[in-house]
Design a protein around this ligand. Structure first.
Ligand code: GDP
Length: 435
């Protein structure tokens, strides 16, 4: 993800800060140097970086840590606060019936984003349809139609038509049973006057509740100019920044929006329709700082899981049995690729065996067979399983020692993870509140 540099180098320098009470001037200097290096590398504006580190320094040296907080916790809080400030606030995304219009330059990712948005609202339980009003780009119609098929939402378009306004009119009529209608408009290479005229006409026809500007993150700080130009021309409710996965300039794009009259609504970080999320500065920065993103994870869990599936209490218990682990693996695999899940936990990415990042159904089946060959004692307390027992279990279950060890590795890892999670006060509180 963008600004990844920051997460890694911050963790390192924050780890060096130890002890109680106030942080030393030398420590702040070190830390600020890391922050500057990482942000500049991500193309964040120099003045912005300077102002940010000045504020961090002042607060770290002037403010007394809250009672009971260590110097390290104190500095993390300050850095967190200030970073949330520089990426700006996100916009509120209403989950209700609405007409959405997407505008932006050609190639910015509008069509992809239309499908991503449809998927987003569909997941929220709203009946969603997409209208292809891009009558300029030859491939737009079939591309969007195909994407809508994948997302499984309604689609309207007229392959032969050159009259975008009439397509929109017909589409709105055709999709009048849907709750969220998303209109993908044509882009150009630059903000030309005929593009503006067409956008205005479509806007009038749609009577859009929300108009989002789609911008490619790789233009970096140029986002600011573009956002302001479109905002002046037709008025936009929020910016969607795409392709944050493929650029070092993402920092520039993210922070530049905070200097415009508009806010970031969503961010896209891949070509697939799931690689898209509401922009929430809090969760974005906490993930960056390796505080994890429990809120988001829980949110996803709510969307995709039976609450019964996820037995948090047993997860939080220190004495994790293999059955717990199996159950957790099963729940977690429902949430998405394990690697992604792990990166959202407050402990940050965990070291996992490479082939384990994607636990398949087959693997789960194998784990079950392995567990069938274990004694109750072994299931309850996997710690007792030494190499001779591993050999016996592998033989008994017709699997290999590596496979048995892999299951045990998950147990160890999850146990450690749970222990770490209990140690993090802040996100834990938030998480428990959710329950
Ligand atoms: P449009 O001309 O604005 O409709 O742009 P498209 O939706 O056709 O996107 C242009 C290209 O960017 C396509 O190849 C997309 O797959 C790709 N794209 C869109 N969004 C993202 C993203 O978030 N990450 C990456 N890596 N590629 C993206």
């Amino acid at each position: 993800l963008v600004l990844d540099n920051l997460g890694g180098s911050l963790k390192k320098s924050i780890r060096n800060i130890v002890g109680k009470g106030r942080i030393s001037e030398k420590d702040v200097k070190e830390l600020n140097k890391e922050i500057q290096r990482a942000l500049l590398k991500s193309d964040v504006d120099v003045r912005m970086v300077k102002a940010l580190t000045d504020r961090i320094k002042k607060r770290a040296l002037d403010e007394k840590p809250p009672k009971g907080a260590s110097a390290r916790e104190h500095i993390i809080n300050i850095v967190y606060d200030e970073l949330v400030n520089i990426v700006g606030k996100g916009t509120e995304i209403p989950v209700e019936e609405q007409d959405i219009m997407l505008v932006g330059l050609q190639g910015s990712g509008k069509t992809t984003t239309a499908a991503k948005l449809a998927y987003y609202f569909k997941n929220k339980g709203l009946k969603t349809g997409v209208i292809c009003a891009d009558t300029h780009r030859p491939g737009a119609y079939s591309q969007l139609k195909k994407l809508c098929g994948e997302v499984n939402c309604l689609f309207y378009g007229e392959q032969e038509s050159e009259d975008a306004v009439s397509v929109v009119k017909n589409g709105l009529k055709e999709l009048n049973k849907t709750e969220v209608r998303i209109v993908d408009t044509a882009g150009r290479h630059s903000l030309e006057s005929d593009l503006i005229t067409e956008m205005e006409e479509i806007e009038e026809t749609v009577g859009a509740d929300r108009t989002y500007l789609v911008i490619d993150a790789s233009i970096g700080k140029g986002v600011k100019k573009q956002a302001n130009a479109f905002n002046d021309a037709i008025g936009i409710d929020g910016v969607i920044i795409t392709k944050l996965d493929g650029t070092a300039k993402g920092g520039g794009a993210l922070t530049a929006v905070s200097e415009t009259d508009t806010k970031i609504a969503f961010i896209g970080s891949g070509e697939k329709y799931e690689e898209f999320e509401e922009f929430d500065p809090d969760s974005f920065i906490s993930r960056l700082l390796g505080m994890g993103d429990i809120q988001k994870l829980m949110h996803r869990a709510e969307e995709r899981l039976d609450p019964e599936d996820m037995d948090m209490e047993s997860m939080m218990k220190g004495d994790l049995t293999l059955k717990d682990v199996y159950q957790q693996l099963e729940s977690i695999t429902k949430l998405g690729p394990l690697k992604q899940i792990m990166s959202m936990l407050p402990t940050g990415p965990q070291k996992l065996p490479d082939d384990a990042l994607d636990i398949t159904k087959e693997k789960m089946e194998k784990f079950r067979i392995i567990m069938d060959s274990m004694t109750d004692e072994e299931l309850e307390k996997p710690q007792v399983i030494g190499s001779s027992r591993v050999k016996r279990i592998a033989r008994g279950s017709g699997t290999s020692r590596e496979e048995v060890n892999e299951l045990l590795k998950y147990h160890k890892m999850m146990k450690k993870l749970m222990k770490n999670m209990r140690g993090k006060r802040l996100p834990m509180n938030k998480m428990m509140k959710k329950f």
